[in-house]
Ligand binder design. Structure first.
Ligand SMILES: Nc1ncnc2c1ncn2[C@@H]1O[C@H](COP(=O)(O)OP(=O)(O)OP(=O)(O)O)[C@@H](O)[C@H]1O
Ligand SMILES: [Mg+2]
Length: 389
């Protein structure tokens, strides 16, 4: 690999054997280059300025005047803009926390593959965050069916639009698209299959988007199950890229499971909003999913966890869920059947029909945080194209 493409790594480690081990692992490959090993925490900021590394690995157990985790905090507060991976041992667990500047955690013992996937993942995420800008494409996903994806995606979209943000909602549950039924749209209402397959223009979108409550624009899944196979992953990807440019926030509802289409959407997402609930299957599947995401190279910061029906723990200890996620979930929405049930049956967004209900306030708060990640409220209204209808 050409030196220009190599990921430049700075290692902060005061145990010579560990430093030597990492050096050995990196010598066996060319993707990551070890540019320096620093054993004194107080010298790290200076070396970062001098070497401009792409990734920093810090031993949580670093001794000396500046201890490992103090250094991680210092690097975060100094906004050095370089992702930090914390190296630790199982007896000293450290949680991934992008808000504290911990992009990822590597626990001993680890092998070359573990090291490389963490380093390349953290680097890829930082690079993507730099060129992509705000988080506009939010894919609502769950490792299990029936956890509330559609309900949450719809109400989040309406709540975000209520905060002055141009919002679109896409039904990518292409076999059993739920949004058409939920919104009481007729079978004839156009779907993503009505878009041209080669070049999609903005005006093509005008004809297929459905104007929903609070002026959200909705792209429906095909009206019949057997039409699902006519949706090509490549076409939907292109459509969503276009929508990402036209809207401040695009929220995508997905089906169950990790098929080719869903995987492509997750790849494309700025943020994966993963819905989890307190039940043993979901927790097991969530752990399996996290491992898969890590293998694919998704950085932990790409996934945000939302616990739905968070007050209904059904005998499961919240600590178990936290352990399964590897961190505190970002969002929680309470269970409120008397509000959610009737609203769903009427196809109404409870965030606007019952804005003071607890569940509505929870969703509105999630929307507020997603809007902030998306770069804040827009200046204008919905794109002209959809408003023209
Ligand atoms: N916070 C909540 N409080 C009460 N009821 C809820 C809540 N969230 C979802 N529900 C209810 O749970 C059921 C499943 O929700 P929903 O259809 O949104 O799940 P889903 O993940 O989209 O399902 P699928 O996997 O079938 O697409 C619905 O009846 C919905 O009204
Ligand atoms: Mg659904």
């Amino acid at each position: 690999m050409a030196p220009a493409d190599q990921i430049r790594l700075l290692l902060v480690e005061d145990v010579p054997q560990v430093a030597q081990y990492v050096r050995g692992l990196l010598n066996a490959q060319s993707q990551v280059r070890l540019i320096d090993i620093v054993s004194d925490g107080t010298q790290v900021i200076g070396r970062v300025v001098e070497h401009r590394p792409d990734v920093i690995v810090v031993d949580a157990l670093l001794q000396g005047r500046l201890k490992g985790m103090q250094l991680v905090k210092q690097l975060h507060e100094a906004k050095v803009g370089v992702p930090v991976i914390v190296l630790t041992v199982p007896q000293n667990p450290v949680e991934v926390d992008p808000h504290k500047g911990i992009a990822d955690v590597l626990s001993m013992p680890f092998n070359g593959y573990d090291l490389m996937s963490r380093v390349t993942g953290a680097h890829k995420a930082a690079a993507a965050a730099n060129d992509k800008g705000p988080s506009r494409l939010v894919v609502v996903f769950s490792p299990k069916g029936g956890t509330g994806k559609t309900t949450i995606a719809f109400n989040l979209a309406v709540a975000a639009a209520g905060q002055g943000v141009r919002t679109a909602l896409v039904d990518a549950n292409i076999q059993f698209g739920d949004l058409r039924g939920l919104l009481r749209a007729p079978r004839e209402a156009p779907s993503m299959l009505d878009l041209p397959t080669d070049r999609i223009s903005e005006t093509d979108l005008i004809d297929v988007l459905w104007r929903g409550p609070a002026d959200i624009d909705v792209l429906f899944a095909p009206p019949r199950i057997e039409m699902a196979e006519m949706v090509l992953t490549r076409d939907l990807e292109k459509t969503i890229s276009l929508m990402r440019r036209l809207y401040d926030l695009v929220i995508v509802d997905t089906g169950v499971g990790l098929d080719e289409l869903t995987l492509a959407l997750l790849d494309q997402a700025d943020t994966i909003l993963e819905i989890v609930t307190y039940d043993a299957t979901t927790i097991r599947n969530t752990i399996a999913m996290a491992e898969t995401f890590q293998k694919i190279g998704y950085p932990p910061s790409k996934v945000q966890y939302l616990v739905n029906r968070a007050d209904a723990s059904a005998g499961i200890d919240p600590a178990d869920l936290r352990q399964a996620l590897g961190r505190e979930p970002e969002y929680k929405i309470r269970s409120e059947g008397p509000i959610v049930g009737p609203a769903s049956n009427q196809g109404a967004p409870f965030v606007t029909t019952e804005p003071n209900a607890g569940v509505s306030r929870d969703v509105i708060e999630v929307a507020r945080q997603l809007v902030a990640r998306a770069g804040g409220p827009a200046r204008g209204g919905q794109p002209e194209l959809a408003a023209a209808r």
